[in-house]
Design a protein around this ligand. Structure first.
Ligand code: ZN
Length: 266
């Protein structure tokens, strides 16, 4: 089974993870812009991080035969900070890198007006430059945060087929699917967020169109093999090979393939 993990923070993971992921069928990872666990104090720290993500990390992944793409952004957790505006001002040249597919993750964390301003600036730029957008939905007050995000998308008139709304749950999937042609992401975590059984139940109820799933592995308790483990459960729950391949390969391929920089073979 060929797998794309469409949201994983390899910056925080080791070589062992790349080896295990490659051995379990993961041929491509997408790494969105990340809060490092402590707030950056200077906009330049963001720019150094963007530089690292578009130079060092794709080469590290290549050693394990894993294709590596990024989305760059000032992350929702840092969008309300004083340096956010300046960090965004200096971001665009990094977005031009050959492995950058667009802007993300942007969205709400505490659901504040300051977060909305920074999200809108980044999304507006993406829309004007035909770039893809990867949207984070908040952990706390997720339905309200998702609803407000969708209102922003509608008000800005963004091209929904170029948007991925991520970290959906049973509570948000209906509104996300109803938002034009957006692709809907789910994060499978060992403790919080979706588990493999919950994910399988959602796919049984809502089908596999426009659905993708990821590990969002980072510094915390998370599992870079969350997607292959959910694939195993899909097999045992009677999904066909074609249906499974659609969720873990065809759907992400179709979404990310809208970018001219996408080079992964079908
Ligand atoms: Zn993330």
């Amino acid at each position: 089974m060929k797998i794309i993990d469409p949201h994983v923070h390899m910056y925080s993971r080791t070589v062992d993870d790349y080896q295990k992921m490659a051995a379990n069928g993961i041929q491509c990872v997408i790494e969105p812009g990340f809060w490092l666990g402590s707030d950056r104090q200077y906009p330049e720290s963001c720019w150094d991080y963007f530089n690292h993500m578009t130079t060092f990390e794709p080469n590290r992944a290549k050693k394990f035969n894993v294709a590596h793409y990024v989305f760059l952004a000032v992350n929702p957790k840092e969008a309300r900070n004083a340096i956010a505006g300046k960090a965004v001002d200096g971001m665009w040249k990094y977005v031009d890198a050959p492995n950058c597919l667009g802007i993300g993750e942007v969205g709400f964390d505490l659901i504040t007006d300051a977060e909305e301003d920074i999200m809108k600036r980044q999304m507006d730029w993406a829309e004007k430059h035909n770039q893809l957008i990867l949207i984070h939905t908040p952990h706390v007050k997720k339905p309200q945060g998702t609803e407000r995000t969708i209102k922003v998308i509608e008000k800005m008139g963004l091209t929904t087929k170029r948007i991925l709304i991520d970290h959906n749950t049973e509570e948000t999937i209906e509104m996300s699917l109803a938002c034009g042609q957006v692709t809907c992401g789910f994060t499978i975590y060992p403790i919080t967020k979706m588990s493999p059984p919950r994910m399988v139940a959602v796919l049984k109820k809502h089908g596999t169109d426009r659905m993708v799933m990821n590990s969002a592995a980072d510094w915390g308790i998370s599992d870079p093999l969350a997607v292959p483990k959910t694939v195993d459960l899909m097999w045992s729950e009677g999904f066909s090979e074609a249906e499974i391949q659609k969720v873990v390969w065809d759907n992400p391929h179709k979404f990310f393939g809208q970018s001219p920089k996408w080079k992964l073979e079908k």
